[in-house]
Design a protein around this ligand. Structure first.
Ligand SMILES: Nc1ncnc2c1ncn2[C@@H]1O[C@H](COP(=O)(O)OP(=O)(O)OP(=O)(O)O)[C@@H](O)[C@H]1O
Ligand SMILES: [Mg+2]
Length: 338
């Protein structure tokens, strides 16, 4: 276990370097995450976008050490967590169920899952779960914690919060349970919130309400967020920085403005074209042509070349593009810019 007191940059909260995750399956080895690097600063929102299977969930589950046993994290991968007190913790070196990892999972990093059902305790009321989280992380009385819990439930769009607070998770509908779970996670007041497609199953009004609540908490507590979605349109509303993932790799990274206004990678450009626009609802969506290759048969060269309209034959299919800077904050992996 590596806990030092050295601190290089006080603003950096999380640093992921060359993260590689593979799965051993009966059909062969699936390389789900293929050497991604990124960092998250305090109070910042990093958006991760990409189509299904690009490795968004696997990357963030690696951060929380919540991967199944069949997952192998490469020994050269590093995930460094910088605590507020200056301690740095190398997450890949921690024991899954050990004290340090529990401390991180129990409040320092909060995660809202794509599948909400799994993480609720069936034996405690919704309210008690929030109250416990509040009491563990804030200096308030039990009565105040209960009021915060009711307010939290109200803020995530649960009607009748003063009644719901005493109910159990099985008494709530799926959508409400999702929102209650968001309330529990947010009331831990984490330094980093990982939100994995937190709103896709919710209706548009509630989605907006939850994004608003996340923004509010970000400002109030300087919370950092990793926000995962398929939809670059949602990213535009919430993220400072964006990483675009495809087949386990980050193809482009930049500020949200750069990615939305000056997308460089053909993949990012196609994702932007695929955003459903309210003023275009009658028209057909421009989906990205071609199929995502099977993770068991990763294409050589640039992973996107099999679907790229601008692919250069003999180059993109055989060589791996290196990182090209577009600006101080904007980088792309693509031969069109090398
Ligand atoms: N337990 C597992 N066993 C084998 N392969 C897995 C496992 N979990 C994920 N994978 C594979 O890893 C790759 C990345 O999956 P991941 O769930 O991270 O994608 P994602 O970007 O989150 O997609 P989505 O948008 O659908 O949630 C996929 O090819 C997936 O099939
Ligand atoms: Mg996912």
């Amino acid at each position: 276990m590596d806990i030092g007191t050295e601190q290089i940059d006080w603003d950096t909260l999380l640093e992921v370097q060359d993260l590689k995750v593979s799965f051993k399956t009966d059909e062969g080895i699936i390389l789900a995450v293929n050497g991604i690097s990124f960092s998250v600063q305090r109070g910042q929102t990093l958006g991760i976008v990409g189509e299904s299977g690009s490795g968004k969930s696997v990357s963030t589950k690696a951060i929380m050490q919540l991967l199944p046993r069949t997952a192998v994290v490469d020994k050269n991968s590093s995930i460094t967590w910088h605590r507020e007190n200056g301690e740095t913790v190398e997450i890949t070196q921690l024991k899954k169920g050990g004290r340090e990892m529990r401390r991180i999972r129990g409040g320092e990093i909060g995660m809202i899952f794509q599948e909400p059902m799994s993480s609720f305790s069936p034996v405690h009321t919704i309210g008690n779960q929030i109250i416990e989280a509040v009491l563990a992380h804030r200096q308030v009385s039990k009565q105040e914690a209960r009021e915060i819990a009711i307010d939290m439930l109200d803020k995530v769009g649960i009607s009748n919060p003063s009644v719901r607070v005493d109910q159990y998770s099985f008494e709530l509908s799926g959508g409400m349970r999702q929102r209650a779970m968001i309330a529990v996670t947010l009331s831990m007041n984490p330094s980093l919130l990982i939100a994995d497609e937190p709103t896709t199953s919710l209706d548009v009004t509630i989605q907006a309400q939850i994004l608003e609540l996340m923004n509010q908490l970000r400002e109030e507590f300087n919370m950092a967020v990793i926000f995962i979605t398929h939809n670059l349109g949602v990213i535009a509303q919430v993220a400072d920085e964006v990483a675009v993932m495809y087949l386990g790799q980050i193809l482009e990274r930049g500020t949200a403005k750069e990615i939305i206004n000056q997308p460089q990678h053909p993949y990012t450009q196609s994702l932007l074209k695929a955003i459903p626009r309210l003023d275009h609802l009658g028209k057909r969506l421009t989906a990205i042509g071609g199929d995502i290759p099977s993770p068991l048969e990763r294409p050589g060269g640039c992973p996107f070349h099999t679907r790229c309209e601008q692919a250069i034959s003999g180059v993109c299919d055989t060589q791996i593009p290196t990182l090209t800077p577009i600006s101080n904050t904007h980088t792309v992996h693509c031969f069109l810019y090398e």
